[in-house]
Design a protein around this ligand. Sequence first.
Ligand SMILES: [Zn+2]
Length: 487
Amino acid sequence: MRFFIGMLAHETNTFSSIPTDRRQFETYGLRYGGELLEAYRDTGTCLGGMIAAAGTHDIALAPSLAATASPAGRVTKEFYAEARDRLLADLRTAGPLDGVLLDLHGAMVVEGLDDGEGDLLAAVRAAVGARPVAVTLDFHANVTTAMVEAATLLHGYKTYPHVDMDVRGREATERLRDVVAGRLRPTVAFRQPPLLPPIAGQLTARGPMRRLYDLADAMERRAGVISISIFAGFPLADIRDAGLSIYVATDGDQALADTLADELAETAWTHRHEFLHSAVPVAAAVARALAARERPVILADIADNTGGGAAGDTTEILRELLRAGATETTVACIWDPEAAAACVAAGVGATVTLPVGGKINPAHGEPLSLTGRVRTVSDGRFVYKGPMLRGLAGMLGPTAVLEVGGVKIVLITHRRQTIDPEMMRFVAIEPERERVVVVKSSIHYRAAFEPLAREIIEVDAPGLSSSNLTRFAFANVRRPIFPLDEL
Ligand SMILES: [Zn+2]
């Protein structure tokens, strides 16, 4: 068998003022053809799982484009058109194909086009006719009817933190192989209950998503069920189809798919209040962390998560740590290319005075004027070693650690979520030895930091990934929807 393979992934926060243009994709490395296989083989990613499964089953791969960027504002129409045209051109010239494997996100919003993946999949379907198309989607996909209709099978991640990406990539490949061989004839049920769960309430270790996936796992063991995906959705894309959705694929049994999908939708709705989340105000969170006996305490800056489209440069927690005289403390990572460049230029050991952070959304806190010593500089290259993205090369761009009093601030050039202790170790900071570590992340940090943390405090600081949805002016999501409306 021979499958086409490609990736175009973006999670778009439509409230962000940072456009997602070609440069944002370039900082991850745009991969073409064989480069895709080289970059993603043996990594904890969907492409890694697809490549591994193809190897196991002797499936030839026709690699096209792999493109991803940090969550931010709408993808520019120029880059989307370029990527879409490239994928479609490669499809046309790939030679004989039995099926198509795509690694998409599912919450990509393009300038002038709310349903990016729906548009892309419709074009792919038109190009390949009746040949099967299998797609992996992020747990945060805002799935639409257009996506469901164009794809043969969708496979959503079942974990948040996303530690099963390679497993889903393998699964998508193996089910596609079954479809090609005539062993499976998928029929699908899709449901969109009126639910817009906030990010911080979506973790799968406990709470309503655990309840839903426990139920789905039991359903998946029933005869005739191919796979079930429960997408928590990405609430900060203000489009009609944002929010939770349920996708059940069975082998030719539409009635069974409908029954299971209805039961899952009903369960999600019944437990909707369990998705609501509250965090600790900044001053109280910092005071509690500094009073703790054991180390390290993790302060999770859940509202300034670049992985949810926030800038990653807010300074309210840092401001309070400095005011309170914190010591043996690290703040990671603040996205500030200018400050990082100034520190790198000054060199290790230099004393610098400069504005840090607060440059994108002044309403979320002004820049801090800081004087400190440059402790470390780096080109920003490291390798992810935690449960997420294991083995993948990380690129933070020019990076510096600025030490102000007892606080070490990791300043980075490329916007990345703090999900792996390696993002501190590579600049000679050992998070276990710190009293307090601030991570800019909503949930993903838990995969690698929970095992080493003595305590985790989720902080209610300002930012574009806040789980307090009343802070956002929604105009396009379908209404009524919980929790924006009382139903
Ligand atoms: Zn996600």
